[in-house]
Design a protein. Structure first.
Length: 226
């Protein structure tokens, strides 16, 4: 179970006790991670989205998430590389520039089929959450979303899978247990188990509107390894 969890009624003290000797130290103060969200780009309930692995509609606001106090966005303005070195639209630097709006000039479009983008945090870090925004001006679901961390840019050393909603291993990375989801202005905030790594790689394999891949912003929250 994730060591970074949804905030429950028991509160931070009970959570710390439940975690025990985990990545979040028992004496480390926790706080809610609050994202700065862009404005909504569409309203209403999405229609005609076909998915065999889609999460049910959420009722109410997203669950709060706790992280160690002092956790920061480590990926802001960091170097980004990709499997598609010449994006169809935009620049890879858009992915870490802080602009989440999703308008023209805010997103990068990669070629069809399976593609990935990769962020170099610049130094090893202990990661506690990852937030990402695909194209969200239209309701769509991105396929085979897989997020991994590693110590090296070739993803050979200490590779850890953080998120995987590929239910049939169509991407060839392994079957995941996470659900597909509809893109909105809220993005997707993913808890991480205090995993240590320097590089973060995010895969996708087209979407329910077309076979292209889009990224608006990725934020990696954590602390540098001392």
């Amino acid at each position: 179970m994730n060591r970074l969890v949804y905030l429950g009624l028991a509160g931070a003290l009970a959570l710390a006790c439940w975690l025990g000797a985990a990545a979040v130290a028992a004496d480390e103060e926790l706080e809610e991670l609050k994202l700065e969200l862009p404005k909504p780009m569409f309203k209403g309930t999405p229609e005609n989205i076909e998915s065999a692995n889609l999460e049910p509609p959420r009722q109410g606001p997203p669950p709060a998430v706790l992280v160690p106090k002092g956790t920061i966005n480590l990926s802001r303005d960091k170097e980004v590389s990709a499997s598609d070195e010449e994006p169809i639209v935009g620049e890879l630097a858009f992915i870490t520039d802080g602009d989440k709006e999703g308008n023209d000039g805010s997103f990068v479009e990669l070629g069809p089929g399976q593609q990935w983008v990769q962020i170099d945090l610049g130094a090893p870090a202990r990661i506690h959450a990852i937030a990402l925004w695909h194209f969200h001006s239209q309701a769509r679901v991105y396929r085979d979303v897989v997020i991994q961390t590693a110590d090296d840019p070739d993803f050979i050393e200490n590779v850890v899978t953080i998120f995987n909603n590929d239910h049939d291993n169509s991407a060839g990375i392994g079957v995941g247990k996470d659900k597909e989801y509809v893109e909105t202005f809220e993005g997707r905030l993913i808890p991480v188990e205090g995993v240590e790594g320097r590089y973060v790689r995010l895969y996708s394999n087209g979407n329910t509107s077309n076979d292209l891949n889009h990224y608006v912003e990725v934020e990696v929250y954590g602390k540098p390894v001392e």
